[in-house]
Design a binder for this molecule. Structure first.
Ligand code: HSE
Length: 436
């Protein structure tokens, strides 16, 4: 059978990794796909620049749109990133009846609904395994492997930069700034790391996971997002003393009144497998009604790990090219006409447990005052730790773990605590996830 012609947009780390994997494993890949997958053209910013990968036989140009318009190209692989040029090129490729493979989570999270609608109309596939958790085949697992289940919730460590920084802080006691510098020096964090450390990257990936888990449209704007800049070394140490690790978690959960969608730092008990996911690794725990919990672990970034997902998508697309478009696996797991309009809960309506740290005066009745506020708010205290035994006029640090409560009840209780004369300064609050 005739070779399938691929046009690559971008030849950076993932693009070169994809070329390398396609070349190295060409024989295996052909046996799986049933046809040769041939990279015929690539668009790069500077075609004259010397590259680390073998570009022999590939027509190099600088225009993604030329590739999207090229009648000889069957599949466009978009590895440029960002959501402007990439969006234009992907939409053009789809309009021209080409299938697309992309690793671009921002593109899918922000514009996926429109892209999939167009793709559906044109009868083409847009595959995006590499957009979530790099080389871990979690999209395929959730979309296809768990298709018999009602998925209840999922929780993931899906940003390697955050995980590296929090793991380094935990292991060495260093503060956030030092751990970020360390991550940048090692090439794990970008020179401009905001998307990662402010939680946006994880929120993009969560948007996609939640959509295929629950059959809801992609709704990035409804995700509650917090990053890790505010995590202090002392909170990591106290959490550890209390048998927990602090992780940046992305969570999607069915609650009685809607869906929780949130990406933020959280305490995870040491006995949970997720707490042992260190360094730049990713993992996603999915809880579904029939199978129970399943855990997906692996490299969430890097040239060849991400290329592994890109090439798997290419093989899938090649196998499905000749099938009836109506009978392919739907982009978002559920048939396009069957997506549900479930409400996404505002953050005040979510339920979780909490870690709290505050400075309080060291005099009789202070703990009783604090405990009364929680009691009156219907919040149950699980653990209480006092650090420091200063003189009567000195303050002490109080650390508390609470049971699950609605976030708005916690907001109200913390406002009352902050108004007490006996409590001074900021009250640190980090959510704590039981993952049960
Ligand atoms: N920047 C991402 C991370 C990898 O740190 O996990 C690509 O999604």
């Amino acid at each position: 059978m005739k070779a399938v012609n691929v046009g690559l947009l971008g030849l950076g780390t993932v693009g070169s990794g994809t070329l390398d994997v396609l070349r190295r494993n060409a024989c295996e890949i052909r046996r799986r796909a049933g046809r040769e997958i041939r990279v015929a053209a690539a668009a790069v910013r500077d075609p004259s620049r010397k590259r680390g990968c073998d570009t022999g036989g590939i027509a190099l140009g600088d225009s993604p749109l030329d590739i999207a318009n090229d009648p000889n190209i069957d599949i466009v692989v978009e590895l440029i990133g960002g959501d402007e040029i990439a969006r234009e090129a992907v939409l053009r490729a789809v309009d021209n009846g080409k299938h697309v493979v992309t690793a671009n989570k921002a593109l899918i999270a922000l514009h996926g609904n429109a892209i999939f609608e167009n793709a559906q109309r044109r009868g083409v596939m847009v595959a995006f395994e590499a957009a979530v958790a790099g080389g871990i085949p979690v999209i395929k697992s959730v979309r296809e492997g768990l298709a018999g289940n009602r998925i209840e919730w999922l929780a993931g460590i899906i940003n390697g930069t955050c995980n590296y920084i929090l793991s380094a802080m935990d292991e060495s006691g260093m503060d956030f700034d030092a751990a970020l510098r360390d991550a940048q020096q090692l090439g794990y964090a970008e020179a401009q790391p905001e998307f990662d450390i402010d939680g946006i990257d994880a929120a993009h990936k969560l948007t996609i996971l939640a959509s295929i888990a629950f059959g809801i449209p992609l709704q990035f704007a409804r995700v509650h997002v917090e990053g890790i800049r505010g995590i202090a070394a002392e909170d990591i140490a106290y959490a550890r003393e209390l048998g927990h690790r602090i992780k940046h978690l992305a969570l999607a959960r069915r609650a009685p009144d809607g869906i929780e969608l949130r990406a933020h730092p959280a305490l995870v008990a040491e006995r949970q497998l997720l707490s042992g996911v260190g360094g730049v690794m990713n993992a996603i725990l999915v809880h579904a009604d029939a199978v129970g919990p399943t855990l997906y672990y692996g490299a969430g970034a890097g040239g060849e790990p991400t290329a592994s997902a890109v090439v798997a998508d290419l093989v899938d697309v090649v196998r499905a090219i000749t099938t009836d478009p109506q009978n392919r696996v739907p982009h978002l797991a559920f048939q396009p006409g069957s997506l549900a309009a479930l409400p996404i809960l505002p953050i005040g309506e979510i339920e979780t447990a909490y870690y709290l740290r505050m400075r309080a005066a060291n005099r009789p009745g202070v703990l009783a005052e604090i405990a009364r506020i929680f009691g009156d708010s219907g919040i149950s205290i699980d653990t209480l730790l006092q650090k420091g035994r200063g003189r009567a006029d000195e303050s002490v640090t109080i650390i508390m773990l609470t049971q699950r409560t609605r976030e708005r009840s916690m907001d109200a209780a913390l406002a009352k605590l902050a108004a007490l004369d006996s409590v001074a300064g900021e009250i640190v609050r980090i959510r704590m996830e039981k993952l049960a």
